[in-house]
Write a protein that binds this ligand. Structure first.
Ligand code: ACO
Length: 509
């Protein structure tokens, strides 16, 4: 507190009282009667308010504006008592009494300097509930795009079984379903295909930038794609979703989703010193993908196998990258930013980075007879078998079921070997990790399928990014059409705040 207290008498004019406060550099004074008893408090606020009301400060007396019979605290009261009064009564100064005499004046600034101030919340409101660290089991949005039902081993796109769509539809049909809301009829599909083919043209000036990015020392296909999407969005001048109507959001989404595989393949070929291959307008998404990769028209069975993988990975509930895209969109930002952020989230091994690791495990095992020993040793030493286990699926991952079929149809020694390793792994997991319900996940056969159709290993996750762009854009459009800023809170667990900045701690650079 400020002691001794600055005091004035009630017969001073406001001008005189103001000079006292200025001279003593305090914000309030105790008003005492002729016997030295406390009869009021006068603060800068009282003086200012009076002048603001047109009162003449040279003739008006303190007695007319002071707070009479002010609330006081005792010098022996804990600081918390003063904090409570400051908080409840909205005062800034309190006279402190000691044996009935004014011993000092406590200002809210004194308390802030020394006390741990508890957060002020509206009366009766509870602190925010702490969600699980991984947000598992917490619904943070409503969506009509699709859902995953882990216990049933089922996931769907807009209500349709996604695995059935992958068996029966083309990439473009399912793409239309996700972003337009319905499976297209023949006329709608043809118009939609035209728009996606037209969307494959690179924006002016982008290719030289891609060439530079492809030569960067720390080049990774996914990192380069992230950069390329960002640059392309800038070149296309995609505007803030907050400022454009839903139709324009969807048009921008379609344009960027059509371009993503083109950008990726350009980067890949530039990186390997190969001339870029223009996508053949007669080819659908999956076939054009392989054609841009190799420069040749792919075999039907290869492009169909890849197409089924791509359909199966377009969307998968409220996964981390989709959530990221929605958070960015919720700020009203542009689609390029949302896609760039989503690619960043997908790049992590815990999300999109595992398919090449599953294949690496097959390489490390080498031959069927080594499988059992290798897998047992991995688990005994605390390692995880790549391509097994899932946060949501506690039964067969429907994607792995179909991809196993697709891989089997493609055939070849690697597929036979993979099936042997899978069967061994499931048996060993059941024995060494009983009750954990660990099954083959999408990544195990994803690597096998992509490898069989000629996608290089470092392009596995980027290929996944291409198909997932469809899900991201569906989520972006949904968020933009019915937006609310996503802005949760965190429980602060650091040192009590506010902490005083150490005395003498000065500006430094
Ligand atoms: N191999 C061996 N044991 C495993 C595996 C695995 N692949 N997965 C889980 N377990 C064990 C854990 O060691 C743990 O055992 P414990 O009870 O003795 O400690 C138990 O199963 C439960 O594991 P959690 O960590 O709680 O499972 P979580 O749901 O967090 O993990 C994850 C899911 C990350 C996918 C995990 O299964 C894993 O690491 N798998 C290997 C990597 C992989 O394949 N990733 C791709 C996933 S698919 C996708 O993201 C698109």
């Amino acid at each position: 507190m400020h002691k001794p207290a600055v005091t004035v008498t009630a017969d001073l004019t406001l001008s005189e009282a103001s000079r006292v406060l200025d001279d003593r550099k305090v914000g309030a004074a105790a008003v005492l009667d002729s016997d030295g008893r406390l009869i009021g408090m006068v603060s800068e606020r009282d003086l200012l308010r009076s002048v603001g009301h047109g009162i003449d400060p040279t003739s008006t007396r303190v007695a007319e504006v002071m707070t009479r019979e002010p609330v006081t605290v005792s010098a022996s009261d804990p600081a918390a008592t003063a904090v409570d009064i400051f908080r409840q009564r909205q005062f800034r100064h309190l006279p402190v009494l000691d044996n009935g005499q004014v011993a000092g004046i406590l200002s809210i600034r004194h308390v802030v300097r020394v006390a741990h101030i508890e957060e002020v919340r509206p009366a009766g409101s509870a602190p925010p509930a702490l969600a699980p660290r991984g947000l598992e089991g917490v619904a943070v949005a409503e969506t009509a795009v699709g859902d995953v039902r882990g216990e049933e081993g089922f996931f769907h796109y807009r209500g349709y079984d996604a695995a059935e769509l992958a068996r029966r539809c083309s990439f473009e049909q399912v793409w239309h379903l996700l972003v337009e809301g319905e499976l297209p009829d023949a006329r709608q599909l043809s118009a939609f295909r035209e728009r996606t083919v037209a969307g494959r043209h690179l924006a002016e000036g982008i290719d030289p930038i891609l060439q530079q990015v492809a030569r960067l020392p720390g080049y990774t296909p996914l990192g380069a794609l992230r950069t390329a999407v960002s640059v392309t969005a800038a070149a296309l001048d995609t505007r803030a979703t907050l400022d454009i109507p839903p139709d324009e959001v969807r048009a921008d989404c379609l344009r960027l989703a059509s371009l993503v595989p083109v950008l990726l393949m350009r980067l890949h070929r530039h990186h390997h010193g190969q001339p870029p291959v223009h996508p053949d307008p007669d080819l659908g998404y999956a076939a054009a993908y392989l054609q841009m990769l190799t420069g040749e028209r792919p075999q039907e069975r290869s492009s169909r196998a890849l197409e089924q993988y791509l359909i199966l990975t377009m969307d998968h509930g409220f996964n981390s990258s989709t959530f990221t895209a929605r958070v960015i969109t919720s700020t009203g930002s542009d689609i390029g930013s949302a896609l760039t952020g989503a690619i960043g989230a997908l790049a992590g091994p815990l999300h999109g980075g595992a398919p090449s690791r599953a294949l690496a495990m097959l390489d490390a095992i080498g031959s069927p007879e080594r499988a059992e020993d290798y897998l047992r040793e991995e688990i005994r030493s605390g390692q995880r078998l790549m391509g097994f286990g899932h946060r949501v699926y506690k039964t067969d991952d429907p994607r792995s079921t179909l991809l196993r079929e697709v891989a089997t149809e493609l055939g070849g020694p690697q597929v036979e070997f993979a099936r042997h390793v899978e069967a061994t792994a499931l048996r060993v997991l059941e024995e060494l990790k009983p009750g954990r319900r660990l099954y083959t996940n999408v990544e195990f056969y994803a690597g096998v399928v992509m490898n069989s159709v000629g996608v290089p290993r470092d392009m596995f996750t980027p290929t996944f990014a291409c198909s997932r762009t469809v899900g991201w854009t569906a989520a972006i459009a949904e968020q933009a059409a019915n937006n609310r800023l996503i802005r949760p809170s965190a429980l602060y667990v650091g040192p009590p705040a506010p902490r005083p900045v150490p005395q003498g701690y000065a500006l430094a650079r």
